[in-house]
Design a protein around this ligand. Structure first.
Ligand code: SF4
Ligand code: SF4
Length: 68
């Protein structure tokens, strides 16, 4: 198992407006827009920097703790 961060980002698909701001901000390039509708974050590659959560205009990105 690789070294995973304690936190990862999760985007709420019901609140996301698919603006793409988080994609441009993510240093890991681990966010994509699904069907032009909402952002999906690949939590395996996310290292929990929180940049996407800070820039999201819809405030729909939440930081979550990984399970033990
Ligand atoms: S927390 Fe950082 S690494 Fe994770 S998806 Fe957001 S911008 Fe990318
Ligand atoms: S910045 Fe927020 S609203 Fe825009 S695509 Fe990312 S999660 Fe969705």
């Amino acid at each position: 198992m690789g070294e995973l961060s304690l936190e990862y980002a999760w985007a709420d698909p019901d609140e996301c407006v698919a603006c793409g701001a988080c994609l441009r901000e993510c240093p890991r390039h681990c966010i994509r827009i699904v069907d032009g509708k909402y952002a999906r974050i690949n939590e395996t590659f996310c290292f929990g920097c929180g940049k996407c959560a800070r820039i999201c205009p819809a405030e729909c990105v939440k930081m979550r703790w990984r399970e033990e």
